[in-house]
Write a protein that binds this ligand. Structure first.
Ligand SMILES: Nc1ncnc2c1ncn2[C@@H]1O[C@H](COP(=O)(O)OP(=O)(O)OP(=O)(O)O)[C@@H](O)[C@H]1O
Ligand SMILES: [Mg+2]
Length: 231
């Protein structure tokens, strides 16, 4: 379980301090899919960046099953992130000079995992392994980014607008792959999105505004990704 307690994060804007996170508290269970919604600038990316050990908060505590990552020195925090956390972003961030295969292998070797063949077939990438990222469509690139993230066997996958650059059919396909993987492997997924429809597939829906969580809702009837209303 991930437990965020009273996380505070400031950014400097000239002389002013902006509170990107104000006393945010949240728990994510080991096999939850949490969707975070909120207007632009409300702190969604900041929250998942500090939750995933990509960035530090200025106050507050973040724990993973008893490991308090906010207490770790930088080197240990980086190692924790490398070993336990996967990321998917709207922009894919594949390494442009590496083949699909080597992009995925890089993700796997970061966590010293060699057993990722199943992920490649699940994401239907077998035929694309020798291609370069520029030879792929957006949806294909996102599938490679997902394979790279999952090849680490992370305990948590953080997704920041994973379908933001995709059309409805491709976006739903990507969401279905994530949902299937999550159901089979009982990992936690924390997904930031502007697409309100995606909330239907969450176990918990968190809404943010101005650096705060303004509501948290448990979803009793979790929808399949294929049935999400695209907004
Ligand atoms: N590196 C930074 N330096 C200064 N201010 C920042 C930085 N990153 C974010 N902010 C500010 O912190 C606040 C929260 O930003 P954040 O990126 O978390 O919002 P968001 O909810 O992810 O927005 P979006 O939906 O547009 O991605 C905003 O006011 C933003 O301008
Ligand atoms: Mg953002």
């Amino acid at each position: 379980m991930i437990k965020v307690s009273n996380a505070v994060k400031y950014y400097k804007d000239g002389e002013k301090k902006i509170a990107a996170l104000s006393e945010v508290s949240l728990t994510v269970g080991n096999n939850e899919l949490v969707v975070i919604l909120g207007p632009s600038g409300s702190g969604k990316s900041t929250l998942i960046n500090v939750m995933s050990a990509l960035d530090r908060c200025d106050m507050g505590k973040i724990e993973y099953d008893g490991t308090v990552i906010t207490d770790l020195p930088d080197r240990k925090m980086t190692r924790f992130r490398r070993d336990n956390v996967g990321f998917i972003f709207q922009e894919y961030y594949l390494l442009p000079d590496l083949t699909v295969e080597n992009n995925i292998r890089m993700g796997a070797s970061l966590a010293k995992n060699t057993d990722y063949g199943e992920i490649i077939s699940m994401l239907d990438l077998d035929q694309l392994m020798k291609r370069m990222p520029y030879q792929l469509s957006g949806g294909q690139q996102q599938r490679v980014a997902i394979a790279r993230a999952l090849a680490k066997k992370p305990q948590v996958l953080f997704c920041d607008e994973p379908t933001g650059a995709l059309d409805e059919a491709t976006g739903k396909q990507v969401l279905s792959l994530l949902q299937d993987y999550q159901r089979k492997n009982n990992i936690a997924i924390v997904m930031v999105t502007h697409n309100q429809g995606i909330a239907a597939m969450a176990s918990k829906v968190v809404r943010m505004n101005s650096g705060r969580i303004i509501s948290e809702e448990i979803n009793q009837n979790i929808a399949d990704a294929a049935d999400v209303r695209w907004a």
